[in-house]
Design a protein around this ligand. Structure first.
Ligand code: 13P
Length: 257
């Protein structure tokens, strides 16, 4: 069964003091709640091990990145295995900020997905087109290439549900300009059909999240899409109340469906 998931990508934000406070607020707000959604947070890497020790079981920990390599002489890198050893469960891979600013190619993203799965973790694989690619009508092809390179061409059926896909149109990230409910569902259905071609019925076990300017006010509409299984949240995950409202919007939809 695919899971409904809300994941918060904190990016390079928060001091250690702010991070502890945010985790405390989220722990308080989620404890004892009947939340029908997997809640995941991805704080900055230096905080992961310390945050893990105080985290309630209903919140899972994610890293925002990992090395494309295993252990060895790779100064400054940290492996998926190291993340696993401190209690991380998910790793965000191929975020458009990393693709654009750190030259992560589809090949590098594919290596990272492999590392994450080899470490026994779940990959949150980000895909999405730029504004120019959408305006020139190439968005479905761009996403297809990204999905094939890092996912369907290298990951077998037996491991396929260890990958969560996050569709994040680049033009919607941090811009306040979200995809319409229809645009989100349309791309999610396209991704589901690619997964279906590769894996058959296993495709319905794979969660597909939407990311890009999700806020409490637009979350419920986006999450209604049949193939939208939750969200990857940036800015709004830094405010406990907003993040909680988005979790509730996703959770309520589950209960209603
Ligand atoms: P925003 O929600 O701030 O647009 O960021 C989305 C994102 O990039 C999550 O990974």
């Amino acid at each position: 069964m695919k899971r409904r998931i809300i994941a918060g990508n904190w990016k390079s934000n928060t001091t250690w003091t702010e991070a502890k406070q945010l985790v405390e607020e989220l722990s308080r707000m989620t404890t004892g709640q009947d939340i029908n959604t997997r809640v995941v947070i991805a704080p900055p890497t230096p905080y992961l091990a310390a945050i893990r020790s105080g985290l309630p079981p209903m919140i899972a920990l994610a890293a925002q990145n990992c090395s494309a390599n295993d252990t060895g002489a790779f100064t400054g890198e940290y492996t998926a295995g190291m993340l696993a050893s401190v209690g991380v469960k998910y790793v965000i891979v191929g975020h458009s900020e990393r693709r654009a600013m750190y030259n992560e190619t589809d090949e590098v993203v594919a290596q990272k997905v492999r590392q994450v799965l080899d470490a026994g973790l779940y990959a949150i694989l980000c895909v999405g087109e730029s504004l120019e690619e959408r305006e020139s009508g190439r968005h479905f092809d761009v996403v297809k290439t990204q999905i094939e390179a890092a996912f369907t061409a290298q990951i077998g059926k037996e491991e396929a549900n260890h990958v969560v896909v996050a569709y994040e149109p680049v033009w919607a990230i941090g811009t306040g300009k979200t995809a319409s409910d229809e645009q989100a569902q349309e791309m999610h259905a396209h991704i589901r059909s690619l997964l279906d071609e590769a894996y058959g019925e296993v495709a319905s076990d794979i969660s597909i999240l939407y990311g890009g300017s999700v806020k409490p006010g637009n979350a419920a509409g986006i999450f209604q899409g049949e193939d939208v299984d939750g969200g990857l949240i940036g800015g709004a995950s830094l405010k406990a109340e907003d993040f909680m409202a988005i979790i509730e919007a996703n959770s309520e939809w589950t209960t209603a469906s």
